[in-house]
Design a protein around this ligand. Structure first.
Ligand SMILES: [Zn+2]
Length: 252
C-alpha cells in the first residue's frame, strides 16, 4: 500500500531513529532528544511537521549536546575508521526528509546567524539535517543589512519562530575589531559594528559574547518586521557562545 506523504515522512523519522526495528536502535541517553522525541505539532496534514520540534531552542541545544559528545569522543579515537563511526552516530537521531520532499520546498524551524569561521558549521554543531536550519554567516556574525533582510524573509515568509546568534571562541573578526592594525575599507566596514560592542578590559571571548548580544538586540532595532514578530510572541531571538575546543554551545 502506498504511503501518503505524512506517513512516509513519519516512518522516515522513526526509521532513522531506529524506532521501527529497521536496524539497531541507537543508544538513548538523557542528553539525546530527537525532533521525533519532541513531538509533532498539531498543524493538520502538513507532512513537514513530523520533523519539526515543538521547542526549537531545546532541539538546537539537544543537537549540540549530541555533537559535543561525539566531537570529544572522535578526538580520542584510535583510528580514522573509528572516528568516522563516532561522528556519524549523531545522524542516527536525525529526521530524514527525502530528496523528493526537499525538491518541493523547505521548512526550516530555526535561523542561525553565525560567524563564517570554518570551524563553526551550524549543521555540524547542531547535528541538524537539510531543511532544518536557515543559516546566515559572515565574519563576526553581525546584523548587517543583508542578514536582517534574509531573516525578515525567513520569519515573514517561512514562519521561523527562532533566531539564534552564534559567536565563538577565538573569533578572528572580533580580534580584528579589537586590533589597531590597518584594515582594508571593506574589512573596516565589517568590523565597525563589532567595535561598537567592545568594552575596555574585556578579553577576546568576553568581547565575542558582547558582540553576539549586541547583534541579537540590533536585529529588532533594525527591523520593524522582526520587532513586531517578537512583540507578538511568534519570534524568539537568543544569542549564544560556541566553544571550539569542547564543541559545546551555551546560551548567553
Ligand atoms: Zn569568527
Amino acid at each position: 500500500m502506498a504511503l501518503d506523504r505524512r506517513s512516509f515522512l513519519l516512518k522516515s523519522c522513526l526509521a532513522t531513529a531506529g524506532l521501527l526495528g529497521l536496524g539497531q536502535a541507537p543508544a538513548r541517553g538523557s542528553e539525546v532528544t530527537t525532533a521525533a522525541d519532541l513531538g509533532e505539532r498539531d498543524r493538520g496534514n502538513d507532512p513537514w511537521q513530523v520533523c519539526r520540534p515543538r521547542d526549537p531552542l531545546q532541539a538546537l541545544l539537544a543537537g549540540n549536546a549530541r555533537f559535543a559528545k561525539a566531537w570529544k569522543a572522535a578526538d580520542a579515537a584510535a583510528s580514522q575508521r573509528q572516528r568516522a563511526r563516532i561522528l556519524s552516530r549523531p545522524w542516527e537521531h536525525n529526521c530524514y526528509t527525502s530528496a523528493r520532499e526537499l525538491s518541493g520546498g523547505q521548512e526550516p524551524w530555526a535561523a542561525i546567524l553565525a560567524c563564517a569561521d570554518s570551524r563553526v558549521a551550524p549543521e555540524w554543531i547542531f547535528d541538524a539535517a537539510l531543511s532544518d536550519l536557515f543559516v546566515i554567516r559572515s565574519a563576526g556574525n553581525t546584523a548587517f543589512t543583508a542578514a536582517v533582510g534574509s531573516l525578515e524573509y525567513d520569519v515573514g515568509h517561512l514562519g521561523i519562530p527562532l533566531i539564534l546568534v552564534v559567536g565563538h571562541s577565538g573569533c578572528g573578526a572580533v580580534q580584528a575589531a579589537r586590533s589597531a592594525d590597518a584594515l582594508s575599507p571593506n574589512l573596516s566596514e565589517l568590523v565597525q559594528p563589532i567595535r561598537s560592542s567592545l568594552t575596555a578590559g574585556e578579553d577576546l571571548n568576553q568581547a565575542v559574547r558582547a558582540n553576539a548580544r549586541q547583534t541579537a538586540s540590533q536585529l529588532t532595532q533594525n527591523s520593524e518586521l522582526l520587532r513586531g514578530a517578537q512583540a507578538a510572541g511568534t519570534l524568539t531571538i537568543r544569542s549564544s557562545f560556541y566553544d571550539i575546543q569542547s564543541g559545546e554551545l551555551s546560551l548567553i
